[in-house]
Structures are given as C-alpha cells and as structure tokens.
Design a protein around this ligand. Structure first.
Ligand SMILES: [Zn+2]
Length: 112
C-alpha cells in the first residue's frame, strides 16, 4: 500500500503513514499526501459515513472468516461460504460508491 509517487513536478517521494493528512467536511473525510516539492495534494482515500460503516462491517466479516477457518469448522463450510458471500456483497457496495467518493474527495482537496 505504501509506495512511491512521482509528482508532475518531478519530485519522487514515499507515502509514509505519518505524512498522511486528513481533511473533514460534513461526513466526508479525505486522507491525502502532499508533494514535498510543489505541495500538490494526492488523495489516498475518501470516505463518508456509509463507506466507513461498510469498512467496519467488512473487518468484522473477515474476522469471522478467520476465526471460522482457525477452528477448522468441519462440516461448516456453508457458514464460511456465507461469510465470504457477505464480504463480496459488501465489497460490491463499496465499489459502487468508490468513484463518487473519489470525485468528492478530489473536489474537497481543491478547495482547501
Ligand atoms: Zn510536486
């Protein structure tokens, strides 16, 4: 996840977690990193309340999948399959919201 960016100004820099900044407007949160050369802002992730809820739900479902596998749920593959289907559904919901959030996040970065 943390890799290098080459900015349009020619500066290359690593995305370090401690350099990530956050801006909040209403329920929109945009995490971004700034080029140390020209201060151009790069959106990393934009979330709203609905997306953050989906992220939490997916973390829970993936935790359930992990635990189910750890316990070697013999004869309970249907349970695991149901968790995996649930995770897939949540992922698809996130994908449907993604483009709009990126657009809103970029707009917010232009305005600050
Ligand atoms: Zn730059």
């Amino acid at each position: 996840m943390f890799n290098a960016i080459t900015c349009k100004c020619g500066t290359s820099f690593e995305i370090e977690p401690e350099d990530i900044q956050i801006v909040v407007r209403d329920d929109l949160q945009a995490r971004y990193i700034q080029c140390p050369g020209c201060q151009e802002k790069y959106l990393i992730i934009a979330t709203d309340t609905a997306m953050r809820e989906l992220i939490k739900q997916r973390a829970r479902v993936r935790g359930d999948i992990f635990i189910a596998r750890q316990k070697h749920f013999r004869g309970k593959t249907k349970t695991i399959e149901a968790y995996i289907r649930k995770d897939q559904e949540l992922k698809e919901q996130q994908e449907r919201m993604h483009a709009d959030l990126v657009a809103r996040g970029r707009e917010l970065l232009r305005e600050i």
